[in-house]
Design a protein. Structure first.
Length: 239
């Protein structure tokens, strides 16, 4: 899986697209997510899927290019756990910081990708036949928000996963929560007043921490402050 993940990075040379066009590769990823417990293997699967999705999302032009195989992979299969559900379990349970970081990045991309294709004209027509169809279950989105609120509270106190305050994890947790709220997959009403208050306090502490820590300034600091502002805006709009 590590070799495949490294090969997929060569997207411009056509290696990445050829792997994404091979449904057997994506079925292997799905099988490993269902049956594999080794965090190192799951990390390589996540790296590979991150490459596929990142190359399908053009952030500069805010457009998503739908890929049939990726859509099929993310489409829930009856009586089996979905990819979104598997990554919800990984995010909420792993203590391996690198796997957590890559899984957060991937889940955010899954949210962006699935919402973009769900609102496409072709997808809207197909959804008329299945009005209750969803790529992500409400229980998973709520679990991610509850977990994210707890992690941000810990990061704000400097006792997050890993060695104290982990800027990368804090940034990606905030990005995922913002995406879930921005696309209406979770509302402030779902969070409740206590969690909303806790989130606001946690983000204030995180911003204060990085503003005071002039010696250890990082590239993520501006992103964290911008995401904190965006999340606070979402929370205040419904309060």
């Amino acid at each position: 899986m590590g070799t495949l993940a490294n090969m997929a990075c060569h997207w411009e040379n056509g290696i990445g697209p050829s792997l994404a066009n091979d449904m057997d590769v994506l079925k292997l990823c799905r099988s490993l997510l269902w049956h594999e417990n080794d965090a190192r293997v799951l990390l390589e699967v996540t790296r590979l899927l991150n490459t596929f999705l990142s190359c399908s999302i053009d952030t500069s032009h805010q457009t998503v290019i739908e890929h049939d195989n990726i859509t099929e992979l993310l489409t829930p299969i009856p009586m089996t756990p979905s990819i979104s559900h598997q990554y919800t379990l990984i995010i909420c349970n792993t203590l391996y910081s690198e796997l957590l970081l890559k899984s957060l990045e991937l889940m955010t991309r899954i949210v962006v990708y699935t919402n973009a294709i769900t609102h496409s004209i072709a997808r809207q027509r197909s959804l008329q036949e299945e009005p209750d169809y969803k790529f992500m279950e409400k229980s998973d989105t709520l679990a991610l928000v509850m977990w994210g609120a707890e992690r941000l509270e810990e990061e704000g106190r400097g006792v997050g996963i890993g060695m104290g305050f982990h800027r990368g994890i804090a940034k990606n947790v905030m990005h995922l929560l913002w995406a879930l709220m921005a696309y209406g997959m979770v509302t402030v009403a779902d969070c409740g007043p206590e969690m909303t208050h806790t989130l606001g306090q946690s983000m204030s502490r995180l911003v204060s921490y990085i503003q005071e820590d002039e010696i250890d300034s990082r590239n993520e600091d501006e992103d964290i402050q911008n995401l904190a502002q965006a999340l606070n805006t979402k929370l205040s709009m419904a309060s």
